[in-house]
Design a protein around this ligand. Sequence first.
Ligand code: ADP
Length: 165
Amino acid sequence: MEKIAVYPGSFDPITNGHVSLVKRALQIFDKIIIAVASNPEKRPFFTLDERLEMVSKSLEDYPNVIIKSFDGLLVEFVEKCNSNIILRGLRAVSDFEYEFQLALMNRRLNRKIQSVFLMTDYRWLYLSSTIIKEAAKLGGPIEGLVPDIVERKLREKFGAKINTQ
Ligand code: ADP
């Protein structure tokens, strides 16, 4: 049977940390469904369409990666995808408490679904969508930290402020 994992997140925007996690997960799972949360209550910086476009472009060379949007209960979405695996990434200890809480809640909601965690590669340990937006806003160079399309989009949003090294 095909092993399908669902990787949910805001991806506001996708970073090289997310991309690296997906590539490594492809060594374990046959198919990864990236589930971009519409999350209006989190007031995302990029629209859902923009986030979907950036994720699709960043992973277009990987046919076993499928990009979808979702709202509502994650466990219901995972079942609809014919999957029983939620994939999440762990960076520093600070991620652990929230991820643990989320995994236990999801398990309470649906015991057939397992959460699986991959540790970040040390190169992306400090990388988050939030820190990328902060750096870009202040004109910091972000090349090498995000896919090209994300760098372009951030430059469009923040004007010519972003320095190139
Ligand atoms: P959310 O708003 O659900 O936390 P994110 O897009 O910020 O969504 O993150 C989605 C998942 O990717 C989370 O499990 C997060 O821990 C993981 N993640 C984010 N950045 C990195 C990174 N640099 N390396 C590995 N995993 C990461």
